[in-house]
Ligand binder design. Sequence first.
Ligand code: NAD
Ligand code: DAU
Length: 336
Amino acid sequence: SEIFEPKRIIVTGGAGFIGSNFVHWVVDNQPDVHVVVLDALTYAGNLDNLAGIPEERMTFVHGDICDEALLEEIVPGVDAIVHFAAESHNDNSIADPEPFVRTNVHGTFRLLEAARKHDVRFHHISTDEVYGDLALDDPARFTEETPTAEQPVQLHQASSDMLVRAWFRTYGVRVTISNCSNNYGPRQHIEKFIPRQITNVLTGIRPKLYGDGLNVRDWIHTEDHSSAVWAILTKGRLGETYLIGADGEKNNIDVLHAILEGMGKSADDFDWVKDRPGHDRRYAIDPELRSELGWEPKRTDFAEGLKATIAWYRDNPGWWQGAKEAVEAKYAKQGQ
Ligand code: NAD
Ligand code: DAU
């Protein structure tokens, strides 16, 4: 099948964790592509995430994906929209779901309308969470056929996936969707599990583990997510949903032990805290992508990736220190 070769792409949420890693990946690996980042710079967005990218490779637009007039200005003439902008944190979706409905559902709708009007290719970044959770001893993993789930953050993401599929079927918008497993790596917000614990240790706070610590997540390095998204954007079949994973299942306590060991702490140097309400037990991806698109994850050595991630937070205290106190105060209020 034909290879799609975009020259100018909009990356929404490009100042966030996964979006900024994708922008860096494109700038480093696709010399002919110009990136237009559209980002509202919410609490999760940070312009520093795009530092060092030359002006001739990237244009930054500070704005909201729900802003129809702004989309009218920037969408005409681009070849593709790669859509990462979202409210992404589960604990926040439980405390206050409204921004999730607005950005994840209405924002995706606005972008789809702009893509339809201007005939622009659309790739939607989604999550494995839309498939709910699995029992620890379930031999199955998530596939495209797995039914969608019932937690607030998942419902907002699942709703946006359904909109994308409808805009393909009804209006013929050239779409693809990817549902990826848990990412880790540099520039992840310190509200998330791995960076929270690394920065706890760096500031002399004991790491915090929810529930019984046996919940399983399927970890992939964010750089591998970026290369997978590029493979789908350029070689994926229109209308298709692709699951991205790298066989990285681990339970939380093992991940925490690896962090503690990597940072010279003993294995019991952490606190057990209140569980997340409705805490998903296990996520696991059955990745079919590899055979079809010839994509392979490269950073599959978790110990090495974690070491590099710890080093990144240690070397970049200015990036996270300003947010630390408020993040921990919020968690403390939730008993976490
Ligand atoms: P993030 O919270 O780090 O970044 C989100 C970015 O979107 C921020 O830069 C923010 O400013 C921007 N944004 C939010 N609302 C906006 C709006 N209305 N208009 C414009 N910009 C807005 O999120 P992330 O971890 O990078 O996740 C990105 C996407 O990937 C989400 O859909 C998430 O569910 C999905 N995903 C995440 C993971 C993970 O492990 N983090 C795994 C798989 C999929
Ligand atoms: O699977 C993809 C999803 O991964 C994405 O859709 C989400 O956007 C992303 O935030 C992530 O969701 P999780 O809920 O899995 O990630 P989080 O980092 O919040 O938590 C990972 C696990 O660690 C989860 O089982 C809860 C647990 N946890 C989390 C925190 C913040 C703790 O035990 N202690 C903590 O302090």
